[in-house]
Design a protein around this ligand. Sequence first.
Ligand code: FES
Ligand code: FES
Length: 1008
Amino acid sequence: MAAARVVVDEAGKLSDVVLSVGACSAVATRLQALEERLREAGAPGDVARVIEAHDFAELTPIDDVRGSAEYRRQAAREIVLRALGGARRQRQDRGCRGMSMDRLSVSFTVNDEARQVQVPPLARLSSVLRDELRLTGTKVGCDAGDCGACTVLVDGAPVCACLVPAAGMEGASVRTVEGLANGRLSALQDSFLRHGAAQCGICTPGLLVTATALLEANPRPSEAEVQDALGGVLCRCTGYRKIVKAVMDVGTAGAPPPVALAGVGAAIPRLDGEPKVRGDDLFGADERPDDALSVAVVRSPYWHARFTFGDLDAFVKAHPGIIGVFTAADIPGRNRFGVIPPFADQPALADGTALFRGEAVATIAGERDAIASLDLSAFPIAWEELPHALTVAEARNGFAALHEDRKGNVLLEGTVERGDADAALASAAVTAAGSLETSYVEHAYIEPEAGYAFMDGDVLVIKACTQSPIMDRDDTAAILGLPAEKVRIIPTATGGGFGSKLDLSVQPLIGLVALKTGRPAGLTYTRQESMASTTKRHPAVMSATIGADAEGRVVGMVFEGDFNTGAYASWGPTVATRVPVHASGPYYTPSYRALGRAIHTNGPISGAFRGFGVPQAALMQETLYDELALQLGIDRLEFRLRNALRDGQPTVCGHVMDSGIGIAACLEALEPHWARAMNDADAFNAENRHRRRGVGVASCWYGCGNTGIANPSTIKMGIAADGRVVMHQGAVDIGQGSNTVIPQIAAEALGLPLDAFDFIYGDTALTPDAGKTSGSRQTYISGRAAELSGKALRERVLRYANVSDAAELSLKDGKLTVREGEASRTIALGDLPTDADGFVFAACESYDPPTVPLDAKGQGKPYAVYGWGAQMAELEVDMRLGTVKLVKITAAHDVGRAINPLLAEGQVEGGIAQGIGLALMEEYVPGRTENLHDYLIPTIGDVPPIETILVEVPDAEGPYGAKGLGEHVLIPTAPAILNAIRDASGAKITKVPATPDRVLAAIKAARG
Ligand code: FES
Ligand code: FES
């Protein structure tokens, strides 16, 4: 893509030019040096010469597999010439010589309605649809043609609206997600809903629009045809399998289970799903008051630097439409935040020194157009670059401490020690030792951070995407020097989070502007600033030794891991403590010593990402388990079953569970699949020499909730005078399904159908604290609070009616009927007094998991509930290219009780897709891969068929026996893949992702 805005004077001379190039670069790049030269040259005849001579150095940040620097330069030259040529032709066509082309009039139809808009020549169709026509169903995930979220149909063909100039739409017919339904859901939208094909829903409009075009051309597409058609639209939540099925099953699906009867165990579609498939769910960037200011953020271009500001007042004066610049000096409260209060160390705006590239140092607030056209290169700031350390090795090797009180850049060490691990290893019949390294992994949710803030009287209201409204409220209030009750957080729909939206992002920045100016203020991160400034999965450098006796029983293990936690603490302390607790895997390990360290560097901040370090540790442990099984000549699945933790055996923390340990059941569920897959692999390998098939298995366990500290959730509900059950449900649903699962639990406990319920979702002014959406805690902990609330509410009604728990409740026309046997009593709710919430009967209950803090040796009861799982990967390795083709993943997960099997399956598939990324392709290179073009996440073609087996070993603590699931499902995928690669090829991978070059090198190393 190239876009040109050209102003030509009376003499035909270029008096102004703005050039932006996207197609040969990962993101659109302003060619400012070229613009300057063109302005100087001016005369039409000079344009080609100037362009030809330009070196396009702006477009060479990466010389990678996607095109050499030279290729980029050539392509840029060509498209700039075309763009300028096109702009000139437009000017001539309109006979408007000498006229500025600031706005063009465009007439086209949108969803069959004639529209006329005045647009700048550079305006993207996506912006015009969203900002001018308020059709926010078209989402923007990258503005660079990489994610497909903005896909619309132009004259029936799917196109990325972010790549198409609106100025080129004259006479075109545009169809967006809002045009798919005609009063009711289209068959495809209905199919998406029933199949659970939308989780967070941010990708859903792009997928629906693209699939609509496919189905109009081909009503019965094959799986391959669906994958081919949807290959350009990324989804980070679902793992794509339900999307494929939803498209293939359009019009053939049966009726969904009636919501009215849906309690625990019902596979109902998500209750908040309709707005997602209609495209009218409002995400962080979808709503802005008309008078809202826009906010731009000035960020550090250096990994470590001091900075001083120049004349900020002069900058504001020189830029019409800019209202103000805000720096650390403007922050009225404590300029420090952090998700774990004792470690809070991150400034909202850096104060004189930036510790990582992308750190915010100032905000600029102004009118929308002024911010959109702002040239940040003119911002008055002077930088002094300082030495930096990006790796753990550099940061520990005598590098000055980033934070004074953290010597050696060690943020925290976590230890678990049980028995004498060294002695156990010395006595072992066999040992396996190794080391393994993992990379930064980016969350890559399709929705960049976004929201707006406004003053409601003296209360600052922030509507933004988030996973943790109460934490946002408390930290934002502290930064802005406000009491907590003067800040209200209303979460918008959140387009994926996976841990990163637990940390503050836009909230204090827009809050500060709204507070200082009194005007609403909105901010949407660009894809680049989202990736550069927010948290990542910790890169790890790990080593371990595991020993087993001659019968294949593990006798001891030592583990050590350094986790690069970046410039600020974020969730580093949690990773350091969670890893040693989990590094044994779900196996009985009598003697054990594990150490996890979180180390500061000047790299991106590492925080929470589905698993908090456990997926990295599982790679280490599970690959060594294969090594031990091979040395002992024991089948690899059988070896794991032999060592699986059983009821009554202590964990490495000394926690003994009398019931609920489901790992053996998961491994047993895989046994028939394992036997079949091994036979398939043998048959395949007998026929193929250069492509080898392998099978791998790995397990997981994961403690739900915080590690050994308080972690309560509270749920309030009541029966209102109008006969509706109203539930105040503060657990944020970022796609995982808590808006459905928690109500299902409450309905079961109360004994009333779900269609009698209304919901008030997360709003710190209206809903009690249900904690953060993190650590796989919402189904278990908030679910348990919902169960307690539902039961308490039921009890209140039963007591009022003076009947036993066997009674049945029903609601109709504002009347509550209580039946027990032949007896029946009807209560006219409107005749009874109500409380402040309008409830006739009400309950508000809390639940906090009964844990025991870990002692100095990591002994205690860190979690009350664990989830368990095992996965099997089948794949083929091309022995000459090192490429890996996944054939199938089979996943058995013990969920205790599947509250909603449809949504549970969706969680499994989505986690597996992210595990595939971790194993095979995702490697965030700081400063180099800050876009979805160079940073690869799995597409619809990368996820093979997935068979999910939901195992139900009930847990005594969980609501109706349920356990958490969200984090667990990612953990075994990558080690199962690595073990399958080794099984197929002999290659022992020591750094993930296992890219083809690494696989090929490992194959060669294995051959010797
Ligand atoms: S927003 Fe257009 S492709 Fe990502
Ligand atoms: S449902 Fe696809 S990105 Fe969330």
